[in-house]
Design a protein around this ligand. Structure first.
Ligand code: ADP
Length: 394
């Protein structure tokens, strides 16, 4: 129990614990004669890894081994203060490293967030730019649409005036007839006045009045037909529109020898939303095409049918003409498609008709009839649903 070798010189020749008196004496006699044998002040506590010794205020972790055959024991004492220093250092380094890593992580996160924010800002800018472009496109489209509608109205008007031009001969003939008759009635009136045949004068005046009524109705139709559309949608009863157009082309039917077969429902059963002038134009286009198609036919029959069901009104215009060439069926509604001679047709009638029907949210189809001739079918949505629909034939 006596230290004879130590890295701490002051521990040399000190015992590890107080020695019994006789042992101390014996040792002094044998080996340590000149030195007083004092013992080190050691307090021991048990730690996880071995004994913790406190010697002169310093703490050591003790590990020891007995050297057999020598009677020596080697004690290896690790100074705990240096270990705790190392631990502190390691802890400090670890903390600093962790702080640096945390800082790096935060920096990287910050950069990533900034990148995302930048990207989002760029996206917002791009979306704003696209929005701007879209708005500009919408404005441009609206302008083009307005322009198109105005052009369409102009075209319809031009088409109508062209139709009026084509019909002028028939109209002049139609107006001339009553005029001649009126002239004759006036001449005979004079004679009746001279003869004082009052009753005959009154009778003749009645005829003249009827004839002027007929003339007024023709000019009235002309005025109505030439009227320019105001582009407003209104409730239209199809029947009077069809009747009006028929009255208007009637003189031509007579000249061409065409038999008209019409089948119309009751008034107020076929109401659609649209523009009267436009619908008149549609009917006039179809009827004039039919008249043209039957020019060389022996039998000239024109069927005009209007049928209304619960939701739709169907207008059919059938003729007994030459029919539509198969190759033309696909192009009929294209602007400027015509099979007529130069000067006779512009090829705008059906394309205008198609545009008007589409504006009224309807459809138009063309087909050839089995017995020969063409059939045009228009379907228009009813403005008011017919709950008690029936097919009224006039
Ligand atoms: P246009 O009458 O000025 O030729 P449209 O657009 O009205 O112009 O008609 C285009 C073409 O469709 C006509 O040239 C004709 O070939 C054909 N077509 C139209 N209606 C009939 C019909 N009822 N029978 C036969 N062909 C028709």
């Amino acid at each position: 129990g006596v230290v004879f070798l130590s890295s701490y010189p002051e521990w040399k020749f000190k015992s590890l614990r107080p020695l019994p008196k006789h042992t101390a004496n014996r040792l002094r006699d044998i080996q340590y004669l000149e030195r007083p044998l004092s013992s080190l002040k050691i307090t021991r506590t048990s730690g996880d890894r071995g004994e913790i010794m406190q010697i002169s205020g310093e703490h050591f972790l003790e590990q020891s081994i007995q050297l057999r055959g020598y009677g020596w024991r080697i004690h290896y004492l690790s100074n705990l203060s240096s270990i705790s220093k190392s631990v502190h250092l390691a802890m400090t380094i670890t903390t600093v490293a962790a702080l640096v890593l945390l800082l790096l992580f935060l920096l990287m996160r910050e950069r990533k967030l900034k990148q995302i924010a930048d990207q989002e800002a760029r996206n917002v800018l791009a979306v704003r730019e696209v929005n701007k472009q879209l708005q500009a496109e919408i404005i441009e489209r609206e302008r083009t649409e307005k322009h198109l509608r105005a052009t369409q109205r102009e075209l319809i008007q031009a088409g109508k005036l062209a139709a009026l031009g084509r019909m002028s001969a028939a109209i002049a003939h139609e107006l001339n007839q009553p005029l001649t008759a009126i002239r004759t009635f006036v001449a005979s009136c004079r004679i009746f006045v001279e003869r004082e045949q009052r009753d005959s004068v009154v009778e003749n005046l009645g005829y003249i009045s009827k004839l002027t009524e007929r003339m007024a109705s023709i000019t009235g139709q002309l005025k109505k037909f030439a009227r320019k559309s105001n582009g407003k949608q209104e409730r239209i009863d199809i029947v009077p529109v069809v009747e009006g157009t028929i009255v208007f082309v009637d003189p031509q039917f007579e000249i061409e020898g065409i038999s008209l077969h019409k089948q119309l429902p009751d008034l107020q059963t076929a109401i659609v939303l649209g523009d009267t002038a436009h619908l008149e134009q549609v009917m006039s286009n179809l009827i004039h095409n039919a008249i043209d198609a039957m020019k060389d036919s022996d039998q000239k029959d024109l069927h005009i049918r209007v049928i209304s069901d619960a939701n739709t009104v169907i207008i059919e215009v059938q003729d007994s003409g030459k029919g539509i060439p198969d190759a033309a069926l696909d192009y009929l509604f294209d602007p400027f498609f015509t099979t007529k001679d130069i000067g006779s047709g512009l090829g705008l009638g059906l394309s205008i008709t198609y545009g008007i029907v589409k504006d009224m949210e309807g459809t138009i189809d063309a087909s050839n009839r089995d017995g020969g001739g063409a059939c045009f079918t228009i379907r228009l949505p009813l403005a008011e649903k017919n709950f008690t629909h029936r097919e009224n034939v006039k």
